[in-house]
Design a protein. Sequence first.
Length: 716
Amino acid sequence: MARRSTNRSKSAIEINPAIRLWLLRTLVPLGAHREFLHSQGFHNDDLATALGLGHWVDSSQSDIPSFLCRPSKTANTNTEENEFDLKAVRSELRQLHQQAEKDSHKATLSACLRHNIDQLSRLVGLNSTDCRVLEFAVSIHHERILDDTADWLGSLSSAKVFHVLSVILDLPEPEIRASLSAQGILARSGLVSVERSGANVLRHKLDVLSHNFADLMATSEADPISLLRGTVSASSPAQLTLSDYNHITHSLEILRPYLRHAVSTGRHGVNIFLYGAPGTGKSQLARVLADELECELFEVACEDADGDPVSGERRLRAFHAAQSFFAQRRALVVFDEVEDVFNDGDNFFGRKSTAQVRKAWINRMLEENPVPTLWLSNSIHCLDPAFIRRFDMVFELPVPPKKQRERILQESCGDLLDASRISRIAEAETLAPAVVVKAGAVVRTIQEELGESNAAAAFERLISNTLEAQGHRPLAQNAPNRLPEVYDPGFIHADADLAIVADGLQSAKSGRLCLYGPPGTGKTAYGRWVAEQLGVPLLVKRASDLMSPYIGENERNIARAFREAQIDGAVLLMDEVDSFLQDRRSAQRGWEVSLVNEMLTQMESFPGVFIASTNLMDGLDQAALRRFDLKVKFDFLRPDQAWELLRRHCAALGLATPAAEVQARISRLQRLTPGDFAAVLRQHRFRPLENASALVSALESECMVKEGAKRPIGFI
């Protein structure tokens, strides 16, 4: 039971005068005392003590919740200890409020909070009302007693929030509304915003930049960067250089001078959207550019100080704060993983993304941001076309071409790998720089335990596992299908002299060839041989490498393949080209037409050697056929070619020279191809061939399973 006691009264708990004034205004003018007081005592004894009402709190009942206390039936009103007098407490509470109002000019916040508010005021441009609102917002997120007291006001609408703040801060309500409007500096800087959807208690209606921000503001005199801890951070130094990005030279020739001009002139609304597969070096490129421009680089955090993911809404607010804090500095901002904002919706359930919900806000932000910003994403698909036009530049950072991959491997891991292994690993077309750097760091950590002979193998194994985990081919499958030692274009049955064609391509350095014919006749192998004769790399693209379920992605993949071949100076060999050049007259969907159009455009503009192979010549678009400089038919081996190829392989395998009856058998195989020999040689690894007769028997089996092969009649 709470009673008045003169000899056991509690002294007031130390509390900041400004906080105490806000508490009293909440309790008296705003009526929260109705929840604070009840007939048996206080609902919060600590608050009562803090306000100076501790003498009404019975210390003997301090461990018993006040709502369980009951008036004593035996208490004598004339004794020293009187029962809790609700009317008297109300009167004293009003007197405390009146006295606090008289002394309001003395009610100041802590020196630490005032210092930080002054810093932000000068940095962001806050007026006096903004400062008062920010002070209160920080305090209610930091001071639990203020938060608990405000809860007694109940759930508040946005309109009621403005009224409550007007009373607590003793400011005109129109000024409060203006300060907390969407166009106000507090909201635009991300420091304080009003949650306008639904009703809630005051603390949740006043949303500050982060909980960490409120604690830092109230407890330590800090510089602006540290106040943004957990939301924005200074970027770490770059590990790459501009020379690592030679494969995007054309884009950098525009981007670098544009950013230099924006930084030097203070141009607003500078936004660059950069996308590419994970690990291609997008973040590193941002750091490289900042170093070159001699700018500070700040990154919008995607997780808080506890390692928990930050919502798209809060990341946008952090971005706003960074723009306000660093507007007067020579700086760049990088916003990585923009999917958190532009692609965090759910189409299936009809939930819009943060960007779609805040579309007007984001559009204005992209037009007005004072600090140039690089927006990074793994895919362009996360970006609504309506937003794309808002960016000054949109370009892709692809996986580096082979020459560049070899150089990165040499510079990063040349001490671990020999030249042949570097060349083999670099064949992986999906190998991103970050994968190389990470694998190298792991191997070096345990290099002494692995030993020199095992370090290279461990590195290759790590690379292969990562590629496979990313959905790409492991290194074993990425390794080029090298030409066999017995390869000779003379073993190809074609309607043109292939050696003369290769000589012509070597002289002209350009050409568009279409190789067509049955599978296994040597079309792809000839493309590899041509690249060797020209002394240039070979870039092989199959239909499975280029086809995508996303509309428009096929066209981008095709363009990317031609661009990569041009940058690397490679022969581009596109297998199964019928997938991209089907006759447009039979097209049933719009994307089928656009796919052919893109192929034709890229073929015409490609300055190097392009070789297309197909098993299905009849269905190709007529316009595509006209664009090929030469169309070469590949056919089944002639008997003399089959016999000579058999002799070569027998010699290579260490088998005896085939007898005359074996020549008769192989000459009867009308659908024999070099690919059949390759298949039989693969069988030889686990089912050794004892002689030439066994080799021909295996070739006969390969021919028998082909479509259109003649079956033997009778018994065998």
